[in-house]
Design a binder for this molecule. Structure first.
Ligand SMILES: *[C@@H]1O[C@H](CO)[C@@H](O)[C@H](O)[C@H]1NC(C)=O
Ligand SMILES: *[C@@H]1O[C@H](CO)[C@@H](O)[C@H](O)[C@H]1NC(C)=O
Length: 259
């Protein structure tokens, strides 16, 4: 903007100079150049401005490590639910087969297959799928984290333990499940692992959306309102990606495959 003002002032100054001299012709040429530059600058500003307004949010934050699912990342605005009064999503409702099914659906497609060319781009090595040469097993961590949160929910509200579609079923089958009387409960070790997985994910993605306080006539005080709009990765899109590459349960991981 400052450069535009300077250009304009210089153009003004040259306009008051006498005409019909060799010098003035040079100035005229200079004026024309300056005006052309000014127009060009305005045009560029307009183009860049419009471009900026329509540029979608970046697909990945720049330092993110490679994921075969990065093409599935899209952003959308989502208003969060308070989980109070009349704003309680199914996941936070009283335990029932319907509620449990909704939770399971969140991480039902955890175990995915990935190709060799994708696997070599990942920061860490993964295991080949037995009987599927060229394919490797992965699970997007979002599904692991959701599974972990569900394990904590099931521990808080005991009932039939849901182990289906478990992203780390191998850990669960042995040490993670313990019997207490006639109720199957999760082991403390597995719950500790789950709390850690969720804590680190929350810190890692460090959501900076401001939670606000607003006056509430009923409580006669300003109360916390976290039902605000967030910019979110479109979970549905990521779930679709995983569904396309889903292998249902994990493959047999007990056979050593020569790399
Ligand atoms: C994954 O790679 C990182 C970076 O090289 C390394 O620090 C970490 O220990 C690796 N983890 C596994 C499980 O391979
Ligand atoms: C075991 O299950 C029965 C029937 O569901 C119940 O009455 C009993 O209290 C349970 N025992 C324990 C130790 O939880």
């Amino acid at each position: 903007m400052l450069s535009l003002v300077l250009l304009w002032r210089r153009t003004q100054k040259y306009e008051v100079l006498p005409t019909n001299t060799a010098a003035s012709r040079i100035f005229e040429v200079k004026d024309a150049c300056l005006i052309a530059l000014l127009v060009l600058s305005l045009l560029l500003n307009a183009i860049l401005g419009i471009g900026w307004a329509f540029t979608p949010l970046p697909q990945q934050f720049p330092e993110a490590s490679y994921s075969p699912a990065q093409q599935a990342i899209e952003y959308k605005q989502l208003k969060f639910h308070r989980g109070l009064a009349d704003d309680i999503p199914i996941y936070e409702r009283r335990r029932s087969p319907e509620v449990d099914a909704a939770w399971e659906e969140l991480y039902a497609y955890a175990a995915s297959r990935t190709s060799h060319s994708e696997a070599v781009k990942m920061a860490n090595k993964t295991w080949p799928i037995l009987g599927e040469p060229g394919n490797y097993v992965i699970a997007l961590d979002v599904f692991h984290q959701l599974h972990c949160l569900d394990m904590i929910r099931q521990e808080l509200f005991p009932g039939k333990l849901l182990l289906l579609h478990n992203p780390d079923i191998s850990a669960l089958t042995s040490s993670a499940v313990a019997s207490h009387g006639n109720e199957t409960r999760l082991s403390r070790t597995h719950l500790r692992h789950c709390i850690g997985a969720i804590r680190q994910a929350l810190q890692c993605y460090a959501d900076t959306t401001p939670v606000v306080w607003q006056w509430d006539a009923h409580f006669q005080e300003a109360i916390q309102r976290d039902d605000v709009v967030h910019t979110c990765r479109d979970f549905g899109r990521i779930q679709e990606w995983a569904k396309e590459r889903s292998m249902g349960l994990l493959p047999d991981l007990s056979v050593y495959i020569q790399g």
